[in-house]
Design a protein around this ligand. Structure first.
Ligand code: IPM
Ligand code: SF4
Length: 467
């Protein structure tokens, strides 16, 4: 029987087979590190007197706790400052490459790896961060790990793991105009639920996936974790290779040719069998927004806030009632009439250059509605520099949006970028949990196109509503 892409990558990395009784021991090709989940791992190494086994396969960046204004000043918040200073000390002591605040390569860990060409097809990639699934867009097996696993990888460059199940998410057809990768993945999560992917590696495939750009593929894989999956993957193809070629860490010359030849083998075999399969018709998708407090509580923008009474499943009904109470929404309200205070464009889901271009395109010659604040936070300093080279920052500033430095920012509000209690945002990030963007803050997950149109109209909108 043939193998799936995930199984191929897995098999190529087994250092020792556990044969069921014990987990397999897997070799890790790339370990990404940030300030939130690494301090105890470095402490553990220090206590045991161990070095970092492969500093050359380990790279750190400051992202979660960094402010997005005044980055030349000391960080005001003592907890954030300690986190960042601890990462700096640990990286210096253990010889790990770090991109600190202000550095040209600093940014969100999942934006930095791909843009440097560190993330490559067929690799195993880990990070103490759930959205490591992003890197699966390159055909890498990439997943988040806990802090004790971070320590294990730092010490040994391996990880004990039990095999995952595999699920194909096959999306055929063409996405309608104005429908993006973000809408696609929100629709997938609404369909399979936030627990639907549990225990699985998802492989996104089909003509709609093949047609996506590399950055759009990252948006899709990024949110695999929001369906509960361990990882999401897409088979590498010419889109992948074109994106990688010439990046700082991509192979060169004959090594490049050899690498591409190997990467072309990284496809699910015709006769491979997935443990589960979901089929989606791209032509039926529409701009999607969430109305609730988990990423599966989403609907097309043209719909209305659902009525919990009409939900048959008791658990879902109770969850919907609770979500609507928190979100301050009444059943039956058209989603297009929901007004927001804040628009956040950024995060490892939608903080890349194509996302900024898409939003700027909508904002060009328009203005953010009065009473609405819009934060534009590039996913990395490199994205920021590129946007400035293209003049996108001018479009944002002229439209009345705030042009910020790179980081996670309002995606989770571990820095000063937060919603006040009761405030409502349209956000291009990936989680709408209670309090995620600030205590009492209410989050609607949207695409960059919807974010920009919403900023202009002040209510949840798509660019088509602006004509
Ligand atoms: C802080 C970190 C551990 C966390 C994650 O694992 O995802 C964060 O990035 C998030 O998005 O909630
Ligand atoms: S941008 Fe958001 S989801 Fe991504 S790593 Fe940062 S906090 Fe997590």
């Amino acid at each position: 029987m043939g193998k799936t892409l995930a199984e191929k990558v897995w098999d190529q990395h087994v250092v020792r087979r556990g044969d069921g009784a014990e987990p397999d021991l897997l070799y890790i090709d790339l370990h990404l590190v940030h300030e939130v989940t690494s301090p105890q791992a470095f402490d553990g190494l220090r206590l045991a007197g161990r070095p970092v086994r492969r500093p050359d396969l380990t790279i750190a960046t400051e992202d979660h706790n960094v402010p997005t204004v005044g980055i030349d000043l000391p960080i005001a918040d003592p907890v954030s400052r300690t986190q960042v200073e601890t990462l700096r000390r640990n990286c210096a002591e253990f010889g790990v490459r770090l991109h600190p605040m202000g550095d040209a390569e600093q940014g969100i860990v999942h934006v930095v790896g791909p843009q440097l060409g560190l993330t490559q097809p067929g690799m195993t990639v880990v990070c103490g961060d759930s959205h490591t699934s992003t890197h699966g867009a390159f055909g890498a097996l990439a997943f988040g790990i806990g802090t004790s696993e971070v320590e294990h990888v730092l010490a040994t460059q391996t990880l004990p793991l039990r095999p995952f199940k595999t699920m194909a998410i096959t999306v055929e057809g063409d996405l309608p105009a104005g429908v993006t990768a973000k809408d696609l993945i929100l629709a997938v999560i609404a369909r399979i639920g936030t627990g639907g992917g549990q225990g699985y590696v998802l492989e996104y495939r089909g003509s709609a996936i093949e047609a996506l750009s590399m950055e759009a593929r990252m948006t899709v894989c990024n949110m695999s974790i929001e369906a509960g999956a361990r990882a999401g993957m897409i088979a590498p193809d010419d889109t992948t290779f074109d994106y990688l070629k010439g990046r700082p860490h991509a192979p060169e010359g004959a090594d490049w040719d050899a690498a591409v030849a190997n990467w072309r083998e990284l496809r699910t075999d015709e006769d491979a069998v997935f443990d589960a399969e979901v089929v989606i018709n791209a032509a039926e998708l529409a701009p999607f927004v969430t109305w609730g407090t988990n990423p599966g509580q989403g609907l097309p923008l043209s719909a209305s806030v659902p009525d919990p009474e009409a939900i048959a499943d008791e658990t879902e009904r109770v969850a919907a009632e609770k979500a609507l109470a928190y979100m301050g929404l009444a059943a039956g309200t058209p989603l297009r009439e929901v007004s927001v205070d804040t628009v956040f464009l950024g995060s490892c889901t939608n903080g890349r250059i194509e996302d900024l271009r898409a939003a700027a395109d909508v904002l060009q010659g328009r203005h953010v509605a009065s009473g609405v604040r819009m934060l534009v936070v590039p996913g990395s300093m490199r994205v920021r520099a590129q946007a400035e080279a293209e003049g996108l920052h001018k479009v944002f500033i002229d439209a009345g949006a705030e042009w910020r430095q790179a980081g996670c920012s309002m995606c989770l509000g571990m820095n000063p970028d937060q919603l006040a209690p009761g405030e409502r945002s349209a956000s291009t990030s990936n989680r709408n949990f209670e309090g995620r963007q600030g205590k009492g803050g209410r989050t609607h997950l949207v695409s960059p196109l919807v974010a920009a149109a919403t900023a202009v109209r002040g209510t949840l909108s798509s660019p088509a509503d602006l004509d």
